[in-house]
Design a protein around this ligand. Structure first.
Ligand code: PMV
Length: 350
């Protein structure tokens, strides 16, 4: 398709909606932080409901502005040291773009507590900014302007590693490759292959004290890090086989071991990081007991935060959520599922 660059960008507004993703095989630790080269391959499921919605517009003036809308609708202006604004400055330099941007952004979920807000946030910022600079009104036009999913993923990755996995729907593999420029992101299966539920159990809404960016840098100090890396190819093989066969029991065993192993690396690093809270551990223990004693068909995984992602079939998700809430009335559940990837909508303002 051909794409005529929009001449009137100041009257053009673009909205990117980029989903979060939950890693089934986790990215933890980097070979090269500068070039965002991960220590290992990772694989995630793209989510549907948990996403970041970012709107961008080119404005006259020389300063970018970014307002974040919180869950109650209140807007807060970010200062120029904000990670997202620094990534925006990087994109402008890297791509040779001109034009200051006015951005507003909101998450459909609480920020910074183990639902990958940096993945969807940096993904949506990258897509919205490039959409505004190019005047693209949809993903096809963005691709015709030279920005396909692969290129967007590579650019977003430099803001937040896990963001690169949010540019496809379904099940997405990020490969580390033999050198920083040989990294790849590919969709292993689309969302129709296997629809799973992710019941995101919010046990705490507090922002985590140590960001994942800072946490990654501690990973190699853990004595468990090398043994973990040695075992990951086999775990990846088993996770991929379980997804291929749509075998929840096989997948569940792997993702629970994987999440606990990543948290063991975190806790045994120097400095030691402890993202799990007592409430996280109680929920995990309860889930295992319910599964073993009463056959509840659900498994957990956890990101760099205290909240627990309970993975089960779509058919069982209401039953599983009801049982969790009966046992933990103080927990809030965001009911999510396998999602289809990002969208972009541009429109001319009158
Ligand atoms: O992309 P970052 O730097 O926010 O790191 C994400 C790390 C984990 O969420 C813990 C695991 C993952 O692969 O998403």
């Amino acid at each position: 398709m051909s794409f005529e660059p929009n001449q009137n960008l100041t009257n053009f507004s673009v909205t990117a909606e980029v989903p979060s993703n939950i890693a089934l095989v986790k990215y933890w630790g980097k070979r090269d932080p500068e070039r965002q080269w991960p220590a290992n391959d990772s694989l995630s499921m793209t989510l549907n409901a948990a996403k970041t919605i970012t709107t961008a517009r080119v404005v006259t003036g020389t300063v970018d502005s970014l307002k974040r809308q919180d869950q109650s609708g209140r807007l807060t202006s970010m200062d120029q040291s904000d990670k997202a604004l620094r990534h925006l400055a990087f994109l402008r330099r890297e791509l040779g773009m001109s034009g200051s941007l006015e951005l507003t952004t909101r998450n459909t979920f609480p920020t910074g507590c183990g639902i990958a807000s940096s993945a969807s946030g940096l993904g949506a910022l990258t897509m919205a900014a490039i959409g505004a600079w190019t005047g693209a009104k949809n993903l096809d036009e963005l691709e015709a302007a030279g920005f396909n999913g692969e290129r967007l993923a590579a650019l977003a990755r430099l803001g937040s590693g896990s963001a690169c996995r949010s540019f496809h729907g379904g099940y997405v593999l990020w490969t580390a490759g033999n050198e920083p420029d040989a990294q790849g992101v590919l969709q292993v299966y689309d969302q129709d292959h296997w629809q799973l539920a992710d019941l995101i159990c919010i046990v705490s809404r507090e922002e985590k004290a140590i960001s994942s960016s800072a946490g990654h840098l501690t990973a190699a100090t853990s004595p468990l890090f090398r043994p973990r890396l040695a075992g990951l190819p086999e775990r990846m093989r088993r996770v991929r086989a379980a997804i291929a066969a749509r075998d929840l029991d096989a997948l569940g065993a792997q993702i629970e071991a994987e999440a606990l192993e990543m948290h063991a690396v975190m806790m045994t690093a120097n400095p030691s990081l402890k993202y799990l809270q007592d409430a996280s551990c109680e929920l995990i223990t309860w889930l295992r007991n319910e599964r073993e004693a009463r056959g509840l068909p659900a498994f957990f995984t956890i990101d760099a935060g205290p909240n627990i992602h309970v993975i089960c079939s779509q058919a069982d998700s209401d039953k599983v959520a009801t049982r969790i809430l009966a046992a933990f009335p103080q927990v809030t559940i965001i009911s999510d599922s396998t999602g289809g990837g990002p969208t972009l909508t541009g429109r001319q303002l009158v």
